[in-house]
Design a protein. Structure first.
Length: 89
């Protein structure tokens, strides 16, 4: 019986949604630091640098929604940021 309970706990922890993290909403207008456009001969890439919880991130922008997110680095280290209004609602 004890093995059954241990197996049930392991199975519950391994499934999606077993321990759901709380949802947070962040307004891009509040946490935005700068826009970056990299123009090539054929293609242009658009990035938006944002500050979330004191860490800078680069959002890769698509036509209607962001396509990816990556930590921003400065001098080989993760870039820290101080946007006063980077609090999460």
């Amino acid at each position: 019986m004890r093995k059954f309970f241990i197996a049930a706990i392991i199975l519950a922890a391994a499934t999606d949604g077993a321990i759901a993290a709380p949802t947070r909403t962040v307004s891009l207008g509040v946490v935005s630091m700068e826009y970056i456009n990299i123009k090539g001969r054929i293609q242009t890439w658009e990035f938006q640098k944002v500050c979330i919880d004191g860490q800078a991130y680069l959002l890769i922008l698509g036509i209607t929604t962001p396509n990816g997110i990556s930590p921003s680095f400065k001098d080989g280290k993760p870039e820290q940021c101080n946007v006063k209004s980077s609090t999460v609602q």
